[in-house]
Write a protein that binds this ligand. Sequence first.
Ligand code: COA
Length: 390
Amino acid sequence: MPLKNTNIVSAAQTKFGALEGVTLREIFSEAVNKATIDAGVPKKDIQAAFIGSFIPEMLIHQGHTAPLLLDFAGLKGLPATRHEAACASGATALRAAVMAIESEMYDTVLVAGVEKMTSVSTSGATEALAAAADDQFESSIGLTFPGVFGLAAVAHMQKYGTTEEDMALVAVKAHKNASTNPLAQFQKEITLEKALTPRYIAWPLKLFDCSPISDGAAALVLTSNDKAKKYTDLPVKITGSGQASASMNLCDRKDLTSFSASVEASKAAYKMAGLEAKDMDFAIVHDCFTIAEIIASEDIGFFRPGEGARAVRDGVTALDGDRPINPMGGLKAVGHPVGATGVKQAVVAYRELIGDAGPNQVAKHDAAVVHNFGGTGATCVVTVMRRGDV
Ligand SMILES: CC(C)(COP(=O)(O)OP(=O)(O)OC[C@H]1O[C@@H](n2cnc3c(N)ncnc32)[C@H](O)[C@@H]1OP(=O)(O)O)[C@@H](O)C(=O)NCCC(=O)NCCS
């Protein structure tokens, strides 16, 4: 049965990038203020908060962030919980908020995600991010995330003939879309030649195959049907939500060319929404590395296994293609402050669905699928959203 009662009525993000001179709480507050006061939602209407944040303990030496952030954002006293699922932290917060509205426990809640990663060096961030993998069998012996996705790329290349150029084309598309997105970390187009420049991070992945290290926050307000019209004439409905997990340890995986949690979470979300992949007008997927976008486009059912790379080559996933993917630039070029990402993806889907994406607007925008995964796909959350009253 499709979810019936959950509406996104406002959505906002800060600029993503190296946000110097601002603290975690300030970045968080900026996103919250944009999604509440600036959007015509009084803070006094918010009844609870669900916050995605991955690893502030290692990045800024701060735990127990939910009450701290709410206090600073002028929401002191509300029930607030931090949700942690590595890079899927934001979408797990969103899913918990959806359950809270559907259960009628609350009628108006805040979902927000935040991370500040640039306070530490690249090696410090790499070490913190590695906590999302299996420490005993992987991280402690030197496997980093670029390394993990390098393995996935090699597997996809061997099984399907995907090339370094195919992956570079994902980066070219991402940077092109982000060039007209003022909130993106990188707002410059790149050529295919530049994307192929051999500065290897973890072979075969090069600099432009990787998402960057970023700071940023994003926020949404969700309401029940009764309350939605108070804030907007154009709510976006969340009609399906799926979540799945997979083994952390890659040794237990049969195949690295697909992430089973992505497949299972997508199936569950489409089933709940009563729709199929072909009904989706566009997708927002977790492109932490270029190969991750190609694999996700297959796992969510946009293309058959092994056909994701061809879709990129043929321009099918471009902003003006038949099945646009990451029309505002994705993690690759907009940035990836991990705890914020899942919420930011929902912000992008909302803006596209209501026709508020400016030069990044996709042509057809009635239904969207949003895919956010954590670690090596050990957690995946997929959300189906539709415009208006459905
Ligand atoms: C790829 C990576 C190692 C580069 O870090 P780095 O070598 O320290 O690079 P620097 O920060 O010194 O930046 C050097 C230049 O490259 C650019 N740059 C950095 N990361 C970039 C990226 N991912 N894409 C494009 N350009 C990038 C910087 O803007 C800078 O450009 P400039 O010289 O014009 O100012 C780092 O971004 C990274 O680890 N990314 C992956 C993060 C990750 O694993 N996330 C979790 C995913 S599951």
